[in-house]
Every structure is written in structure tokens, then in C-alpha cells.
Design a protein around this ligand. Structure first.
Ligand SMILES: NC(=O)c1ccc[n+]([C@@H]2O[C@H](COP(=O)([O-])OP(=O)(O)OC[C@H]3O[C@@H](n4cnc5c(N)ncnc54)[C@H](OP(=O)(O)O)[C@@H]3O)[C@@H](O)[C@H]2O)c1
Length: 325
């Protein structure tokens, strides 16, 4: 009796081993192999997208823009670095040239100096860019300025300045470069917006409004450019460790000059720059780069707006109290 049971066990074990060695194992190994091959091909396709591509980057002198310059440069892009300070752009080009030593795949960057808040200057700068490089493959609208203040005390000239820099500047640059992209049948427009392009938080009205406008414009652009195969990527980051709050303006247009705790505790600019690079490589349409609370807030605004409005009112009350004490 015992012998019969053992025989049965041995028989079924052998059958199981046969099944494992002839069916399951080859299937698993095959799947892993196909997946790895797919990943390698995907990586090659992504790298090929950036290698030798002409990438125009605004706000390259500081923070996220500076880190984007480094990651796109390392990936082999032909950079056109834009900013207001020739000295800082030169410093960055010198820094990048240190990485170039011995590499044949990295290209010497160009620089174009202009102020984004003046539409006429932006249009002339776009002509200069096209004259320098012929065609633009990828435009990264990164430059921007932030704001702190109450709506009651803020001069309309400040609201206008924020809109000029964060909205009309990128819009003008995009419009000036689009026709050549369409003609060339290749183009990718990136806009660095913000979580505040999705939700408005108190005492940031001008900034939030400019980023909401950015979101709306580039969403329309994505749809309108689909027949031309031009990709539009919106990046909506939460706080990043940059000089954004230090450079922010207040209700009378003067410099805020404070490194906010939230900004200091944000993601590093290098980390976000790598996310921007991946989003471009993967032709993502939109990326929210935020933690759990801001992500929930974005969904709450859409799904349960009344709760969101109460929370923002409570936040405004708390911040006002803190200012008064
Ligand atoms: N830091 C954050 O927490 C955060 C969060 C979400 C989104 N963002 C967005 O990320 C982008 C980059 O900002 P950042 O955080 O890197 O701040 P940043 O360190 O202050 O850099 C801002 C960049 O924009 C440029 N800029 C400002 N006004 C300009 C103008 N009128 N004309 C041309 N360039 C101008 C600055 O040039 P100058 O050196 O000449 O001043 C600088 O290169 C912005 O669009 C910002 O809204 C930032």
C-alpha cells in the first residue's frame, strides 16, 4: 500500500518536473528575454530621439533649466541655451564643455540672449535661433517667475508682468518656431508648467493664473498639432529646490527674496530634469511630478470642488493669521 502511494508520488513529481522544464521554464525565460529586448529597443529609440536633436531651452541660467541643459547635453542634444545673462550662459557653456572632453557625441552649445517678457524681442530671438541652427527639433519652454501676494494689494502691472513672462513669452516663442517644425515634419514642444497650473492656491494668484493659461494653451496646441505629428508635453512639477521663491515678486513688484521652506524641501532640480528628459524621450503628453498630497488635491479639485474650495479657504485663513502674528 505504502509502495503504491510512493510510486504515484514519484510519477506525479516527474510529470510536474517535465512540465516545469519543457513548458513553464522556457515560457518564463522567453518572456523575460522578449521583455528585455523590448526595453533595450525602447532605450535605443529614446536615445536616438535626443542624440543630435536641436533643443532650444529657455531659462537655462538657473535651477531646473540649468539641470535640463546638463541632462539633454549628456544625451547628445545640440543645445541652444536661452537666458537674460550672457555671463551666466557662458559659465554654463564652460561647465558643459568640461563634460565634452574626449567625447565625439556631444556638441558645443549655442546661446541666445533675450528677455521673454517682451514679445517683439522674443520674435527676433526666434529668427536668430533659426538663423543659427536651421531647424528646431525640441523647444523646452522652461523660464518662469513666481509671485507672492494678496489679490487686493497686487498692482495689475504685476499680474501683467507674470503673464508676459510665464505665458505670452512662451506662446510667442512657440508660435515663431512652429512653422519651421511643421515644414520640417518634426517637432516637439515642452512646457514647464506647475501643479499650480492645475490648482490655485491662495496668495499665488498671478503665478497660478499664468500657469493655468499655459496648461490651456498647450492642451489646445497638442490637439491642433496632432495632424502634423508635432508632440506637446506638459510637465507639472510640485516644489523643486531652486531659486524660484527667492526670485519671486511681491504685490508691488519688488523681489520677495525668501527661500520658502516648501521650495527648500522640494525635489532636486537634477531629479526633475531627468524626469523631463524621460518624458521627452517617451513623447509623454503630460506628467505630474508631485507627491501624494498635491496629487490628491488635483483630483479633489476635479471630483469634489466644494471640499477643495473649503480647504483652500481654511489655508488662506491660516496663512493670513500667521502673517498677522
Ligand atoms: N521651483 C519650483 O518649486 C517650481 C515648481 C513648479 C514649476 N516650476 C517652474 O519651473 C520653471 C523653472 O523655474 P526654476 O524653479 O528653475 O526657477 P529659477 O531658478 O528662478 O529659474 C528661473 C529661470 O527663468 C528665467 N527667467 C525669468 N524671467 C525671465 C525673463 N523675463 N526672460 C527670460 N528668462 C527669464 C531666469 O533667468 P535669469 O537668470 O535671467 O533670472 C531663470 O533662468 C519655471 O517655469 C517655474 O514656474 C518651478
Amino acid at each position: 500500500m505504502v509502495l503504491t502511494v510512493n510510486k504515484k508520488n514519484i510519477y506525479s513529481k516527474t510529470k510536474l518536473m517535465d512540465l516545469t522544464s519543457w513548458v513553464i521554464l522556457p515560457f518564463l525565460l522567453g518572456s523575460v528575454g522578449i521583455y528585455s529586448l523590448f526595453k533595450v529597443l525602447q532605450k535605443l529609440r529614446s536615445s536616438a530621439y535626443i542624440q543630435d536633436a536641436v533643443v532650444v531651452l529657455t531659462g537655462a541660467t538657473s535651477g531646473l533649466g540649468k539641470e535640463c541643459a546638463k541632462v539633454f547635453y549628456k544625451a547628445g542634444a545640440r543645445l541652444v541655451l536661452c537666458g537674460r545673462s550672457e555671463e551666466r550662459l557662458n559659465d554654463l557653456i564652460n561647465e558643459l564643455s568640461q563634460m565634452r572632453k574626449g567625447s565625439t557625441q556631444l556638441h558645443k552649445p549655442h546661446m541666445v540672449i533675450f528677455d521673454l517678457s517682451d514679445v517683439d524681442t522674443v520674435t527676433s530671438a526666434a529668427k536668430e535661433i533659426l538663423h543659427l541652427v536651421g531647424n528646431v527639433d525640441i523647444l523646452i519652454n522652461n523660464a518662469g517667475i513666481s509671485y507672492r501676494g494678496t489679490i487686493l494689494n497686487t498692482k495689475v502691472s504685476v499680474d501683467r508682468m507674470l503673464m508676459d513672462t510665464n505665458y505670452f513669452g512662451p506662446v510667442a516663442l512657440t508660435k515663431a518656431l512652429l512653422p519651421s517644425m511643421i515644414k520640417n515634419k518634426r517637432g516637439h514642444i515642452v512646457a514647464i508648467s506647475s501643479v499650480q497650473g492645475k490648482i490655485s492656491i491662495p496668495f499665488r494668484s498671478a503665478y497660478s493664473a499664468s500657469k493655468h493659461a499655459t496648461q490651456a494653451f498647450f492642451d489646445c496646441l497638442r490637439a491642433e498639432m496632432a495632424p502634423h505629428d508635432i508632440t506637446v508635453t506638459l510637465i507639472n512639477p510640485g516644489y523643486i529646490q531652486t531659486n524660484l521663491s527667492l526670485n519671486a515678486v511681491t504685490d508691488d513688484g519688488s523681489k520677495y527674496g525668501v527661500m520658502d521652506k516648501t521650495t527648500a524641501e522640494g525635489r532636486t532640480a537634477e531629479e526633475v530634469a531627468k524626469i523631463v528628459l524621460s518624458a521627452v524621450e517617451e513623447r509623454s503628453k503630460e506628467v505630474l511630478v508631485a507627491g501624494l498630497v498635491p496629487t490628491l488635491a488635483v483630483y479633489l479639485r476635479a471630483l469634489a470642488p466644494k471640499i477643495f474650495f473649503s480647504l483652500m479657504a481654511a489655508r488662506a485663513k491660516k496663512e493670513r493669521k500667521m502673517k498677522d502674528t
